[in-house]
Design a protein around this ligand. Sequence first.
Ligand code: PLP
Length: 385
Amino acid sequence: MPDSPPPIPFFKPSIDDQEIEAVVATLRSGWVTMGPRTAEFEQAFQRYCGAEHAKALNSCTAGLHLALLALGVGSEDEVVTSSLTFAATANVICHVGAKPVFAEIDPETWNITAATIEPRLTERTRAVIAVHYAGLPCDLAPIRELCTRRGIALIEDAAHAAGARYRGRPIGADADAAAFSFYANKNMTTGEGGMLTTRSQEVADAVHRMRLHGMSKDAWRRYTNTGTWRYDVVTAGFKYNTTDINAALGLVQLQKLDSFIEARAKIAAQYREALSDVAFVRFQATAHPEDTPAHHLVAVRLDSSRGAPDRERVMEHFRARNIAYSVHFQPMHLMSFYRERWGHQEGDLPVTEAISSELLSLPLYPGMTEEQINRVVDALRTVAA
Ligand SMILES: *Cc1c(COP(=O)(O)O)cnc(C)c1O
């Protein structure tokens, strides 16, 4: 056996001395949980997105959950979303007692659209959660128009889409509520963390209250000498706040986000170019010329109708070459809970199921070398041979 080549990870966070120093400075400051750095991070993110309000949270999941509550979604309601998503998007719908209803994805963009959402709407539908898959913006204008016409809230799962733009406007700028993720493998990270942006003062206030136990005052105001010990609990809130340690990390990452996306875009373009003549490798549609994707993932579809080898075989080939991969995502509607609780089965969403079963996400992170990219390309080129 020849020596196996060095491993190519699926993802590597881009953290250097700047982040480390910012976190150390916060640790030395004497204030480590939500406080002044968090407020600064919120202001910076709000400016970056051009949003009216930004609220920092401990995850994107928390943001999606609070968005549903803030927009008044509850039991007896239905929420339409994509099945090609992470568990969080659908689970939060169940958390508020509502019913998740899955719309088909478009076969080219792999996003839900106004045309696929509309047939799923009923008189019980209260919200749509649009997932910007891989950071490619959903076609928001027709979805917004549909939601407005039917009196439905539009929530954006922007976990992949920090830094993306729709028709020149940053994702999050014009949202009823958009939830971003700063989980370890996202385009920018705070270790764990999230942000909710909204153009609604009411939603912002509700999220503010609910992220910290429903208390009328933050710890920062209670424990400093200008604060007061007195507080009220105005709703049964949650423990969804972030910390100044995470915010310190986030402030530095946010400054670098555009350069991270630029690096990812370059690698994504190299993959497309190098694999353009491999018939069975199909990519997600490119963005509308006025949109800017965030390139969170390079997922390829191993199209069996174009002679793709079985996905298991491709994965085995990657493993033998020490190349990591992932799958985004297995359809949510076919997970045990969703089958059992909501009666879903194979065949309910033929487009989503067909695409999902052939998806493979390739390694992608700023700092990937030419040699690494070539090895991944080579693995795909040689697997059919
Ligand atoms: C990562 C992810 C989430 C959840 O983000 P957390 O910050 O881990 O809560 C939600 N939706 C999608 C599509 C994701 O990829």
